[in-house]
Design a protein around this ligand. Structure first.
Ligand SMILES: NC(=O)c1ccc[n+]([C@@H]2O[C@H](COP(=O)([O-])OP(=O)(O)OC[C@H]3O[C@@H](n4cnc5c(N)ncnc54)[C@H](OP(=O)(O)O)[C@@H]3O)[C@@H](O)[C@H]2O)c1
Length: 293
């Protein structure tokens, strides 16, 4: 089965292409610029900017993938807020281009969305009210609506606070910053009043693989099973990696001047994925071990 992934150079994109290729899928990895994953079995890389309608039309016509996983995005909430026009182009218009081209070849379309489409009072189930608190969340919700009304066979997958191994050509995540800071003996302040359900990247990839195999329809949350604050995540990481947790100071969100509003209680419920996809995520502690040891 041919699976086209957009944003293959990003954190989830790279892990996803590796997982799918190892599972024997025929992967068409696409991203802006040159390939950062390196050579993979069963995989061809094609440079595609998803904001360029003609590039999308060309690559879909050329490869005719049975499955499209639309993962590329302007994914940093602050950047989206500061560059709203560019955010709309990358997150919304690009999705419309992909849907339009996907309809011509009748692909199964999976959209990678986010917990930021919801507001406060998490963890949220798939049918919770969509009340995005910032422009990034709004743009991802607009893209979801394009997908759900497309007429294509589709699924929406929402992860939250993704973490995992940092591969060779990849920016690190929050946890890499924590590990590097503590390893260098640096004191850090970490917020302790925001709750999340961090998603281990290989769990997401396994869940997405099952979604493809079962061609499921509708919304699915692929997150972790533990509800933690970033401070609790940092302490768990320190204890697991035998680093000095006393270097971490818990602080409130008000400590940092953030241009963008973030939910205090977010996180995603995963019961539907457990039930329908046999999704079995690791604990956060185990995820840290798998990511760093
Ligand atoms: N990270 C999280 O905690 C998190 C949580 C919830 C949902 N998500 C969603 O998960 C997906 C992946 O997130 P991530 O953290 O892996 O993001 P990421 O590391 O920022 O990767 C996104 C990738 O998309 C590419 N991209 C952006 N605009 C593009 C364009 N116009 N054409 C082609 N490629 C483009 C980027 O290219 P460049 O490398 O050139 O910038 C980057 O490689 C996103 O849809 C995000 O909204 C992420």
């Amino acid at each position: 089965m041919k699976v086209l992934v957009t944003g293959s150079n990003g954190f989830l994109g790279q892990h996803l292409c590796i997982n799918l290729a190892n599972k024997g899928f025929n992967v068409i990895a696409t991203s802006r610029g040159s390939n950062k994953i390196g050579h993979l079995v069963n995989t061809q890389f094609q440079a595609v900017d998803v904001t360029k309608k003609n590039e999308i039309a060309h690559v879909l016509h050329q490869f005719k993938p049975e499955v499209i996983i639309h993962n590329a995005a302007m994914s940093k909430p602050n950047e989206c807020d500061n560059n709203q026009e560019a955010c709309l182009l990358q997150n919304v218009t690009a999705t419309a281009y992909l849907v339009e081209a996907g309809k011509k070849i009748n692909s199964y379309f999976i959209y990678v969305s986010t917990d930021f489409v919801f507001g406060e009072n998490g963890p949220h189930s798939e049918d919770a009210a969509k009340e995005p608190l910032n422009f990034y969340g709004k743009s991802k919700l607009m893209a979801e609506e394009i997908v759900t009304t497309s007429g294509l066979k589709y699924a929406i997958m929402r992860p939250v606070f993704i973490y995992g191994k940092q591969l060779a050509n990849m920016k690190g995540t929050f946890l890499h910053w924590v590990k590097n800071s503590l390893s260098n003996g640096q004191k850090i302040s970490v917020v302790n009043d925001q709750h999340r359900t961090p998603s281990y990247v290989n769990d997401i990839c396994k869940g997405l693989t099952t979604m493809i195999e079962q061609q499921v329809s509708g919304d699915f949350h692929l997150a972790g099973k533990d509800i933690l604050t970033p401070y609790q995540m940092a302490v768990t990481l320190a204890n697991t990696l035998q680093l000095d947790a006393s270097l971490i100071t818990p602080v409130t969100s008000e400590t940092f001047v953030e241009p963008v509003k973030r939910a205090k209680k977010s996180g995603l419920k995963i019961e539907k994925a457990i039930r329908e996809l046999n999704y079995q995520p690791v604990s956060f502690e185990e995820g840290v071990r798998l990511s760093f040891l």
